[in-house]
Ligand binder design. Structure first.
Ligand SMILES: [Ca+2]
Ligand SMILES: [Ca+2]
Length: 117
């Protein structure tokens, strides 16, 4: 292989690394929990609260998460759904209220938390 060929591969690797690093909002200096789905969107909405998981999951969860991610059960990032969330923070967890949505419906979401190392 000639130099130009190697250069193309090299640049490709750099670009791919860069894109993966910025596209996924999944930086966590500790460890990610599994994905949890406790509630469904029926009733007032989908409640995936930090306090519930802290109270019920023992060592599979931590009491002081530093990050949270939410996605639909079909794997669409919460940020990409266009829905409005009343809570989306490590402290509170994730809540989608049906009353906040133009169509009065929320997707069913699952969440995972970043826990300190
Ligand atoms: Ca519900
Ligand atoms: Ca859910």
């Amino acid at each position: 292989m000639n130099f130009a060929g190697l250069l193309v591969i090299y640049v490709g690797i750099i670009c791919q690394t860069h894109l993966l690093g910025t596209a996924a909002q999944d930086e966590c200096s500790g460890w990610w929990t599994n994905w949890f789905n406790h509630d469904g969107p029926s009733g007032l909405g989908d409640y995936e609260t930090t306090s519930f998981f802290v109270d019920h999951l023992g060592n599979d969860m931590c009491s002081d998460p530093t990050g949270v991610q939410a996605q639909t059960v079909d794997g669409v990032a919460a940020e990409d759904t266009g829905e409005i969330f009343s809570d989306y923070s490590p402290e509170e967890g994730f809540v989608c209220l049906r009353a906040d949505q133009p169509d009065n419906e929320c997707y069913d979401y699952e969440v995972r938390f970043c826990c300190p190392a």
